[in-house]
Design a binder for this molecule. Structure first.
Ligand SMILES: [Zn+2]
Ligand SMILES: [Zn+2]
Length: 579
């Protein structure tokens, strides 16, 4: 989802033009920026599906700006923007990467407080020197601090969904090497944390000659842009994409201990190590040793390591020292939902609204994944820019989906919609239309800056509507781009459990919403979940296991997730759905 980036780019251009006293143009750029900002669909997908013409259908976007957006989407850069930026001092351009402050404010910050860097800005905000500046105030100061947080997160960390395929590809290639015995992704990525700093991979072999061959291979992979360090036990490379990959090679007899050690989390390992000490043992990356004799008693596998300390094996996703060790001791570990166990997707888009593929393409792709069912949920009319459907158009579209469903074998197609939850809490379609849908996903797409009370009331009101089946992407956040909106989730969870409304875990790499700790809390309220990809193309369907990873980090079991159930059980969870 590049909408926030594109909107920011246009806002920045407007600010820079204004600072150069250019007439009219700033207003035009701001109008275009707002149009992109309020667009609920992915501008990238929109562009892919219809090119510049499609962009020009958006309000406030003429040929010139469409051309610039297209350049940015195609190349990730915009020459015009870079050219403008070059006319300003270095510090302005660095600070402009912080969401929420434009050139005008940057100039003021520089002139009044001498601020030139992001860390100076952060220090000034923390010591409340910003709020005293004319036109700033406490609210803005808080927003700037948030913006700095988002900026830092975006700089240092990558959404798991984007980094994981890169790591898995390298893992696979290493597996193919003769010198390699075993390979695994380690570190926070192995625990499936929602963002990752760098990629850690662990491999095992026998003997130093084998280790050197592995390192030669690793440091000369075609995607490597720079070798940061090369040794026989550890090497680090920087990929062309900017991601750093660290590879450690250990003796195969220590692989389990090393994997346990390098997977973490630190907090988990501290507790496990203390337990080992209590038992007269010593645990490090080479194995488990008896303290008295220094005799190695485990190390080859992680299971063996944990067992030697008297613990059951804990899945990496829950190794956060958040109760897993206690559960392992008491033999009360949860049975986590498994990767690849999902049988259908309840939130997908087609070209009918802002998706890139047709209904039949989405269905074919779902079939290919082995799914038993798929729901087609195009946008409601409030999403004008995402080509949300009018009442009449939706009515007609539902009929078409149902006709397609009647003709399709091997997979069940459900007719539904992702319906906007309007600011007053009403759903964006009348009840008699909602009644005709198999599945209704309700989502918030506007007024993200409402107060906590307003947003909570808005969603709770929507949940009063008995046609609502699923609350989609419940916090609205976009990793590294948009903070979640303020909302009292505990009230939402309580209502969802009571009204049997399903909570969505949105598997889109930038959404991951609900996130792990929220989903875990929701489970404690008795909520049930669906894991959806919110796909806007056939490609998007592949992110399902990312949602499963979140569910596993949230300690969810197969029973908690409705779409790992077979088709015939679904009517128990949906009011209107009939088989
Ligand atoms: Zn949505
Ligand atoms: Zn959607």
């Amino acid at each position: 989802m590049k909408n926030p980036e594109v909107a920011q780019l246009l806002y920045d251009i407007a600010d820079m033009l204004e600072m150069q006293n250019v007439a009219f143009k700033p207003v035009a750029y701001r109008k275009a920026a707002r149009s992109v900002e309020t667009l609920s669909s992915d501008i990238d997908e929109l562009f892919k599906s219809g090119g510049r013409e499609k962009l020009m259908e958006l309000p406030g976007i003429g040929e010139g700006i469409a051309e610039k957006i297209a350049e940015f989407l195609e190349t990730g850069r915009l020459e015009y923007y870079d050219e403008l930026k070059r006319k300003f001092p270095q510090h302005i351009t660095e600070l402009m990467n912080v969401p929420g402050i434009g050139p005008k404010r940057i100039k003021l910050l520089h002139d009044k407080l001498g601020i030139k860097t992001v860390s100076q800005l952060e220090a000034a905000a923390r010591s409340h020197r910003l709020s005293r500046l004319p036109g700033f105030g406490e609210k803005l100061e808080g927003d700037i601090l948030k913006g700095i947080g988002v900026f830092k997160a975006g700089q240092e960390r990558t959404p798991l969904g984007y980094a994981l395929p890169v790591a898995e590809e390298i893992e696979q290639r290493l597996k193919g090497l003769k010198a390699v015995r075993r390979v695994s992704i380690a570190g926070s990525m192995c625990r499936k944390k929602e963002t990752v700093g760098d990629i850690d991979i662990l491999a095992s072999c026998r003997g130093t000659a084998a280790a050197e061959r592995i390192m030669d291979f690793f440091t000369t992979m075609p995607e490597v842009s720079r070798v940061l360090a090369k040794g026989s036990t550890k090497s680090s490379v920087l990929l062309k994409t900017g991601l750093q990959v660290d590879l450690r090679v250990v003796d195969d007899a220590s692989f389990g201990a090393a994997l346990q050690y390098f997977t973490g989390s630190k907090e988990h390992n501290v507790v496990v190590r203390e337990l080992a000490i209590k038992k007269g043992l010593k645990l490090n990356e080479y194995g488990v040793f008896r303290k008295s004799s220094n005799k190695k008693i485990a190390g080859k596998t992680e299971e063996e390591v944990y067992k030697a300390i008297g613990l059951r094996y804990m899945e990496p996703e829950i190794r956060e020292n958040s109760g897993e060790v206690e559960a392992a001791i008491k033999n009360k570990l949860p049975m986590l939902i498994k990767y690849g166990s999902i049988r259908g997707d309840f939130h997908t888009h087609t070209v009918k609204s802002d998706g890139a593929n047709r209904l039949e393409d989405m269905v074919a792709a779902a079939k290919k994944l082995g799914y038993e069912y798929i729901a087609i949920t195009d946008h409601s009319k409030g999403e004008r820019i995402a080509h949300g459907l009018s009442n009449e158009a939706m009515e007609k579209w539902l009929k078409e989906i149902k006709a397609a469903a009647a003709k399709t074998k091997d997979i069940r197609i459900f007719a539904g919609s992702e319906v906007d939850i309007l600011p007053n809490g009403e759903l964006d379609f009348p009840d008699d239309l909602l009644k005709k849908m198999d599945i209704v996903v309700g989502t918030v797409h506007s007024r993200f800056k409402s107060t906590r009370e307003e947003m909570t009331k808005r969603i709770l009101t929507a949940m009063e509507n008995r046609h609502l089946d699923i609350l989609g992407h419940p916090t609205g956040r976009l990793i590294g781009k948009r903070e979640p909106y303020e909302v009292d989730l505990r009230k939402i969870f309580a209502a969802a459990a009571e009204k049997k409304i399903l909570l969505e875990i949105n598997a889109h790499p930038e959404r991951s919403d609900l996130k792990d700790i929220h989903a875990r809390e929701a489970k404690s309220f008795g909520c049930k979940f669906v894991i959806d990809t919110d796909s806007h193309s056939t490609d998007g369907l592949k992110f399902m296991d990312l949602g499963v990873a979140i569910a596993r980090r949230a300690w969810l079991s197969p029973e908690d997730v409705v779409n790992r159930r077979p088709l015939k059980e679904l009517p128990k969870f949906f009011r209107k759905l009939k088989l």
